[in-house]
Design a protein around this ligand. Structure first.
Ligand code: SF4
Length: 343
């Protein structure tokens, strides 16, 4: 078994929401002001080996983007730690110096992440020059190489972001990240803002680059099909916790957790021969507020299989074999694993 390359150890992230007007009034009148933290991520542990792609899936608000930002070292955890080859990605509340080039993040909206006043070539050269990955004199050729690598012409360097389509802008954002020569890419919904026909092109680009550059990737998406296409393993998140993790094929063909099963059933399926939806079933209820997560299993209010113990006891992650684990009381208890890590 390969040594872990990325290690996420018992990571949590809690945000302090600003006091509402009602809270202020209660305080002024002498009532106790209770400030509750938003528990975006709760005690998550993970390991990735070098070159692996881990998909992170879950409903909006489940904590997957927050976890991705902590892995990328742009958001300090409230508790726990993230390390790459044993070196922490954070130095206190700041990114560790080495992390800056080792991990790069790609966001959903490439236009928002590119300075509209900067020519593409300057945007791509800026980071590598600052971090001495390339000299100023060699930067134009260096930038042209990365633009070609993502399927753009070298003369794109002379133009501005608004002169490109959405798909081309995302290619520019990918080239800018790769120009920093990272080992790790954290991609947060990188194709969600693109037309369906363009999504496939960009996903295939990720797959090609992943193999060519031996990248380790965390791929975040609410879209189950997209994640299956690119991932070796998939982790399902629910209300800040990983509730199931395993090889992508096993997750999609033999889901163990009732939430994963419900999530898969909630996706409308189109037949290949007829343009009709065959079957789907929306998940009952809504995601509870991370301000007040339910006790016990956080899914118990929406789970058709819930038992009395589900309302009181947080289920442990249980190994179901072949690097596949899920956190549900209904799974055999003899195979508890210490954390969400199933590697
Ligand atoms: Fe459902 Fe209970 Fe399993 Fe949670 S622990 S998924 S409530 S059966």
């Amino acid at each position: 078994m390969n040594a872990p390359f990325i290690t996420v150890t018992s990571v949590s992230k809690h945000f302090d929401p600003q006091l509402s007007l009602g809270d202020h009034i209660a305080g002024v009148l002498g009532g106790a002001v209770e400030t509750r933290a938003v528990r975006a991520v709760q005690d998550v542990s993970l390991e990735l080996v070098r070159g692996e792609v881990l998909g992170l899936v879950g409903e909006s608000g489940c904590g997957k983007s927050t976890l991705g930002r902590m892995i990328a070292g742009i958001l300090p955890p409230t508790a726990g730690a993230v390390a790459i080859e044993g070196a922490p990605v954070m130095a206190g509340r700041r990114p560790a110096r080495k992390r800056t080039t080792r991990v790069q993040m790609i966001f959903q909206d490439p236009y928002a992440s590119l300075d509209p006043r900067m020519r593409v070539g300057d945007a791509l050269a800026e980071g590598p020059i600052v971090h001495r990955l390339v000299s100023r004199a060699a930067a134009p050729a260096y930038v042209a190489g990365w633009l070609r690598k993502v399927g753009l012409a070298a003369d794109a360097a002379q133009r501005y972001p608004h002169q490109f389509s959405g798909g081309q802008r995302q290619r520019i954002a990918i080239a800018r990240a790769l120009a920093m020569q990272p080992d790790v890419l954290v991609c947060d919904e990188p194709v969600a803002s693109l037309d369906v026909s363009i999504q496939a092109q960009v996903l295939n680009l990720f797959l090609a680059l992943r193999h060519e550059l031996a990248l380790t990737m965390v791929f975040i998406s609410h879209h189950l099909g997209v994640v299956r296409h690119v991932s070796d393993r998939v982790a399902i998140m629910y209300l800040g916790r990983i509730v199931e993790i395993g090889p992508a094929d096993a997750i999609y063909t033999h889901p163990q957790h009732p939430y994963t099963q419900a999530l898969l059933q909630s996706v409308p399926q189109l037949t290949l021969t007829e343009d009709v939806v065959t079957s789907f079933k929306p998940i009952d209820g809504e995601l509870p507020s991370p301000l007040a997560p339910p006790p016990g299993c956080a899914f118990h209010q929406r789970c058709a299989l819930a038992e009395p113990r589900c309302r009181q006891q947080v289920p442990l992650m249980r190994d179901v074999g072949r690097q596949h684990a899920a956190a549900c009381h209904l799974l055999p208890a003899s195979t508890d694993v210490p954390s969400a890590s199933a590697r």
